[in-house]
Design a protein around this ligand. Structure first.
Ligand code: SAM
Length: 326
């Protein structure tokens, strides 16, 4: 098990397979996004090598993200390799769902266990306004395909942005009456110059809860308030699903953080919201052996930061969200 200097056990790795995405969500990246050259990205073999090394170091929870992981041509093979790696207890995917109709079944056959689908609205016009591309119905069909393929529980992630999709708080919460899904509302993290959105467009989870309760009645706390991953979970009485809030801005969950990230260009990123990274790809390409790479990872994890200044408008500057993977 890999431990940091604050005594946190770090065993959850989020791997970004690519910085490319088939959407351009307003809170995530500029409309005219320039992606990094393919030569700078980890190859299939490099992703597998680093994943196996991380598993040897005690990382047992793997999540594939992006950019959009499903646009990676080898996503199914990558899932298969990681799922078959000794020590890997869980493998999941965060996706915008657009390609799940086609991919859900092959991904499950390859060993994928769960999926989080990002969906900020149920209104097709609003969907287009937020994502600038793509069609709501494609995502919906993707969610249905994921559920039929056995990727349960389905988790839907919605970033709520003031003046964009506050209506989604109630619309998406209503889904939990009929579906055994987790609908999780995420506070938007204002990422510097990447978008034109501002700190005053962050809707904090306390306000989100009030909006839902005003429309649908009291929410019951689930798990006595213990975090489920990074979300605090609630339920509407009589519903099949649950409603969660990820309060990255208003209530940072650094004490419970067990994660590190591997960017698509092979950097071990130690905190979503801090610039600290360890380049693993350059040494790997220069012939570093596994013992040397192992030491780089252990030293990096030891120095993992604590705390962020999002609420004060401080943010990481070296990458935008689509390059880190959320
Ligand atoms: N393309 C995939 C998807 O849509 O889920 C994976 C990558 S995306 C960067 C991962 C998550 O980050 C998504 O749920 C997305 O909504 C969230 N995200 C992106 N920019 C964000 C921001 N500024 N604040 C909060 N969440 C953000």
């Amino acid at each position: 098990m890999t431990i940091d200097r604050f005594g946190r056990a770090i065993h959850y790795i989020r791997i970004s397979l690519t910085d490319h995405c088939n959407l351009r969500c307003v809170y995530c990246m500029p409309e005219k996004m320039t992606f990094r050259p393919t030569a700078e990205m980890m190859t299939f073999d490099e992703i597998v090598t680093l994943s196996k090394l991380l598993a040897l170091l005690g990382f047992d929870k793997f999540r594939l993200t992006g950019g959009e992981p499903t646009v990676h041509p080898a996503v199914v093979d990558i899932v298969r390799e990681i799922a078959a790696t000794p020590g890997v207890a869980s493998i999941s995917l965060t996706t915008n769902g657009l390609l799940l109709k086609k991919l859900a079944e092959p991904l499950v056959k390859a060993g994928l266990q769960r999926v989080n689908v990002s969906l900020d609205t149920l209104d097709p016009i609003e969907y287009r306004r937020i994502t600038r591309r793509g069609h709501f119905t494609q995502v919906w069909e993707g969610i249905m395909a994921a559920e039929s393929a056995g990727l349960k529980p389905i988790k839907l992630n919605a970033v709520i942005v003031r003046k964009f999709n506050e209506k989604s708080l109630v619309d998406l919460s209503r889904l939990t009456y009929e579906h055994p899904w987790q609908v999780r509302f995420i506070e938007m993290m204002p990422f510097g110059g990447a978008t034109s959105l501002q700190l005053n467009q962050v809707v904090k989870s306390g306000e989100m809860r009030q909006t839902i309760q005003a429309a649908l009645g009291p929410l019951e706390l689930v798990n006595h308030g213990e975090l489920d991953g990074e979300a605090q979970m609630y339920k509407l009485p009589g519903s099949l699903g649950e409603i969660g809030f990820i309060s990255s801005v208003s209530v940072p969950f650094c004490a419970a953080c067990s994660r590190a990230r591997l960017t698509a260009d092979g950097h071990l990123r130690l905190c979503l919201l801090r610039d600290n990274e360890v380049d693993l790809l350059t040494p790997l390409r220069s012939g570093a052996n596994l013992a040397e790479l192992r030491q780089l990872i252990l030293d990096g994890i030891w120095a993992k930061p604590w705390g962020h200044g999002l609420a004060e408008g401080e943010f990481a500057t070296n990458r935008i969200m689509s390059e880190i993977g959320g």
